[in-house]
Design a protein around this ligand. Structure first.
Ligand SMILES: Nc1nc2c(c(=O)[nH]1)N[C@H]1C(S)=C(S)[C@@H](COP(=O)(O)OP(=O)(O)OC[C@H]3O[C@@H](n4cnc5c(=O)[nH]c(N)nc54)[C@H](O)[C@@H]3O)O[C@H]1N2
Ligand SMILES: Nc1nc2c(c(=O)[nH]1)N[C@H]1C(S)=C(S)[C@@H](COP(=O)(O)OP(=O)(O)OC[C@H]3O[C@@H](n4cnc5c(=O)[nH]c(N)nc54)[C@H](O)[C@@H]3O)O[C@H]1N2
Ligand code: SF4
Ligand SMILES: [Mo]
Length: 820
């Protein structure tokens, strides 16, 4: 097991420690933390006056004490060049998490860069350039001018369509308003780059086109609504593991019948009963397990449907609810349009739905009752929530629309205890110049790269080697194309800068691809890059983001970035300035002038140029004002500034005016048409196992930090694949065995995790892991509008080896909580 090295005692935080507001850098929930720092040679004392908690620490503290922190919350880092103690602990005053941390956010401190304690030594400290047959560290001027000279020459000679860009569009770690603006201004204002993609999908588009087209922005409620709802309807999300403290701090109290929000609202007693929850997921998740435990099994309905059939279920629910007269006709009349058309087109009987989804008609009927049957003549309050199980699912656009149809039909958007929301992934933090010139559908970038298109690729904070679809082919082609450039660079060794640039340009004419990667580590795709620019991350810069209820906060810088690493927005400014010089040197003065505007000195300058001037309500928001509002911040959009600080917006659409030209939300026709993405039907027919995939509580994303954290690598040296014991017998494998997952599109590896609750023929594999990438077996077919369908993948499984040494000591106990 993992031991916490170098920790036999932890220092007491002195009363004089500096306190910084911090929003967890990881998931959408955006829990509030404080970072405390103080000089390395000081320590607080047990007396109340001697510690920052102002608490007498001489005795044992009570259970939920705030006067406590864990070894994972501690580190020794640099601040303004000096060693300081660092504690990043949850904020009990934050309304989001109420003092809770999670297995990810609670490790923020130990996942910071520390030379003193040797944590995150994988962080990049200097720019790297492919030189002399390997990567060599160098200075910023050298790296930036090489990146810029090649990019500018390609654009000058072949046009902007030859530059491909992959960039984050989110908040939190590897994102935030400063950085989306910095990169956005570079690629969408100084240039007009069409060949762009977002970190998590192979095109520059929306994950939830349908909801937006219907006039319903996807983050329209607030976390309190989960406390006020009679019923929570959640499709394709495993919230205990993926929106952890939203689930624990806001859903669970309501599931227990102990919602403080309901008490505050002075609702009648009968409404204090445990809320009901409907969970739609082909897999029995630990979220289902936890809900049963908290609310009682009688209040939990797990609709364990066939993978990819949500659309059928949603249409059937709409049809049944409408037939019972349970729709909210006043709301439909006043605030929506095209209801009748949609009802007619989307007809789906309970029996037909049951035969396609594999569910029982009675269970669908029960779900409809829980969603919409009036309670003593009153409307039921139902919150509709969804995430990647339907976003990355079959027929994304229609399925998303069918869910919004249901929420609108039952009058649950813009109302207390309602909402129709993405639960979310990363935090959000998007402010960029218009991307309207990209068009719809947006170009399928990965496919173009595979087809040999593009000469330069700029990659910001994403690792397609681990997280894209059709990843096996992507890597094969990408390695070949980038190697052509590497070889050309190796041959040009010792020559002038001009001859090097000539050699690179020539190589890109022979199928070569020149890659610039802005990263915090030397990632897997980074192994193919030619110029690598080290970025600062959250905590090493001031950073603003918003969470899943649009709550915006400022995370204050509390430590230095490693070496010469810089905030992404300032890297973007550096690239821009260098490109201006490159264009000037090419005699293209007019183009060069477009890059002159990047004169920010700090991330705050980028914020004032971006969010403050361009976000809706941004004029009310500054760093000072945000700092004053602490970890509770305000909910976007800002509408003013008063005695209480920035005035925000608790819920959207409370006035019934939706985001369409006439203010009416639009119902959509969403007929079922089977598995949609090309190649899926054939794959399903041909291969034995569904390779369902997604996340696990311990691991953050592609494990970029966790791969250097023994708490995680020790538990999961390989990605797990959950399999039913009978399937394991059939395959001749036992717990911990390494298996190969393979089909016509590629192959990958995983470690077998016996799972009694798994259905026969249906596995679940951890996605995006360094030691086995699920994306290798996902085919290249995408849904309309180029939305990847990661979740519906089929493959065969065979044994590669018995449990490797790193696995042999692991526990393979059930992940379910079973009291007693
Ligand atoms: N611990 C942890 N938390 C995270 C992250 C992380 O890496 N680790 N990442 C964050 C990010 S970026 C994101 S996007 C979110 C994702 O958050 P979630 O969407 O909650 O997570 P996933 O595990 O990707 O998928 C959710 C569920 O979809 C189910 N599913 C698969 N196929 C179908 C289907 O056909 N229909 C339905 N209804 N469900 C299906 C899977 O069984 C799975 O339980 O998590 C965020 N939070
Ligand atoms: N099979 C399968 N594939 C999926 C999914 C799935 O469910 N199944 N889900 C998709 C989803 S929802 C997501 S979000 C993606 C995630 O896919 P990616 O975006 O590729 O994965 P991340 O782990 O978020 O990548 C973040 C990268 O940015 C770097 N980084 C971190 N902080 C900073 C910073 O401040 N600056 C810079 N420059 N770099 C930084 C990290 O080292 C890491 O390499 O995967 C997608 N792919
Ligand atoms: S729930 Fe999300 S935001 Fe909260 S501590 Fe965990 S990872 Fe961070
Ligand atoms: Mo995501």
């Amino acid at each position: 097991m993992a031991f916490k090295r170098h920790i036999d005692r932890l220092p007491i935080i002195p009363a004089s420690a500096k306190k910084h507001n911090v929003t967890c850098p990881y998931c959408i929930v955006g829990c509030g933390y404080h970072a405390f720092t103080w000089p390395v040679n000081e320590e607080g004392g047990k007396a109340a006056g001697e510690n920052v908690m102002a608490t007498d620490l001489s005795g044992q503290q009570p259970l939920a004490s705030d006067a406590w922190y864990s070894p994972a919350m501690y580190n020794l880092v640099k601040q303004d060049g000096r060693n300081v103690h660092l504690v990043v602990k949850p904020d009990h005053g934050c309304v989001v998490n109420g003092g809770l941390s999670s297995a990810r956010g609670g490790r923020t401190a130990e996942n910071r860069y520390s030379t003193a304690r040797q944590t995150q030594q994988q962080r990049l400290t200097e720019p790297l350039v492919w030189r002399y047959g390997t990567w060599q560290p160098t200075g910023w001027d050298d790296a930036l001018s090489l990146a810029a000279d090649v990019t500018a020459r390609i654009i000058a000679e072949y046009g902007e369509d030859e530059l491909f860009v992959s960039m984050f569009d989110h908040g939190g770690s590897a994102g935030g308003y400063e950085n989306t603006w910095g990169t956005g201004k570079l690629y969408f204002e100084a240039m007009k780059i069409r060949h762009c993609r977002i970190h998590n999908r192979p095109a520059y588009n929306s994950e939830v086109h349908a909801s937006r087209d219907m006039g319903v922005g996807e983050l329209n409620n607030c976390y309190e609504d989960a406390e006020l709802a009679d019923t929570i309807f959640v499709a394709g999300a495993n919230s205990l593991e993926t929106q952890t403290n939203y689930f624990l701090n806001h859903w669970v109290p309501n599931l227990r019948g102990a919602s403080m929000a309901k008490k505050r609202a002075q609702l009648p007693d009968e409404l204090h009963a445990p809320a009901r929850i409907v969970i739609v997921d082909p897999r029995r998740t630990v979220t289902v397990n936890a809900c049963e435990h908290e609310a009682g099994a009688e209040n939990v309905l797990h609709l364990q449907l066939n993978s990819g059939t949500d659309l059928v279920l949603l249409n059937a629910l709409l049809t049944y609810i409408a037939a019972q007269g349970w729709t909210d006709s006043t709301f439909i009349e006043a605030h929506t349009k095209e209801f009748d058309k949609a009802i007619k087109a989307n007809q789906m009987s309970l029996d037909e739905a049951a035969s396609i989804t594999g569910l029982k008609p009675d269970d669908i009927r029960k779900a409809a009752e829980w969603i919409a049957a009036p309670k003593e003549g009153k409307r039921r309050r139902t919150m509709f929530a969804y995430e990647k199980g339907i976003i990355w699912g079959n027929d994304n656009y229609r399925t998303n629309a069918a869910l919004v149809n249901l929420a609108l039909a039952t009058g649950n958007v813009g109302r207390e205890g309602g909402g129709c929301v993405r639960l979310g992934g990363h935090q959000e933090g998007y402010v960029r110049p218009s991307d309207g010139f990209i068009g719809r559908p947006a170009p399928y970038i990965d496919d173009l790269l595979i087809k040999g298109k593009g000469r330069v690729h700029h990659v910001w904070a994403c690792d397609h080697y681990k997280t894209t679809l059709n990843a096996a082919e992507f890597k094969r082609v990408y390695n070949r194309r980038t190697n052509i450039v590497k070889e050309a660079m190796d041959k040009a060794i010792g020559g002038t800068r001009e001859s090097l640039i000539d050699a690179i340009i020539e190589a890109t004419g022979k199928g070569g691809l020149f890659v610039v990667n802005a990263e915090i580590i030397h990632s897997q795709i980074g192994q193919a890059a030619h110029v690598i620019l080290p970025a600062a991350e959250s905590g090493e810069m001031n950073l603003t983001s918003m969470n899943g209820e649009r709550r915006m906060r400022l995370t204050e810088r509390y430590m230095d970035p490693p070496g010469s690493a810089k905030p992404d927005c300032l890297i973007a400014a550096g690239v821009a300035q260098a490109m201006g010089q490159s264009f000037a040197a090419l005699g293209q003065l007019e183009t060069a002038a477009k890059f002159e505007v990047f004169d920010w000195q700090t991330e705050e300058d980028a914020f004032m140029d971006g969010y403050h001037l361009h976000a809706g309500g941004g004029e009310h928001v500054t760093y000072d004002r945000l700092r004053a509002m602490g970890n509770n911040g305000f909910q976007e959009p800002a509408t003013g500034y008063g005695d209480q600080g920035i005035i925000g917006t608790k819920r959207l659409y409370t006035d019934g005016k939706f985001s369409t030209d006439d203010g009416r939300a639009t119902f959509m026709e969403t007929e079922w048409r089977g598995l949609q993405a090309p190649g899926k039907k054939e794959q399903k027919r041909k291969f034995r196992f569904l390779i369902n995939n997604g996340r696990s509580n311990l691991v953050w994303q592609n494990a970029f930090s966790d791969q250097d954290n023994d708490f995680v690598t020790d538990r999961y040296p390989y990605p797990f694949i959950e399999l039913h014991p009978d399937d394991m017998s059939e395959l001749g494998v036992t717990k911990g065995d390494l298996v190969e997952v393979y089909n016509d599109d590629g192959a990958t590896q995983a470690m077998v995790y016996p799972t009694e609750t798994a259905r026969r023929g249906e596995s679940f594999m951890l996605f995006g892991y360094p030691t086995g990438q699920q994306g290798n077996v996902i085919n290249n077919g995408v849904n309309e509008l180029v939305i990847p369908n990661y979740k519906q993948t089929w493959a065969n499984i065979r044994k590669l080896s018995g449990a490797p040494v790193a696995v042999s000591h692991l526990s393979f106990k059930s992940k379910e909580y079973r009291p007693g």
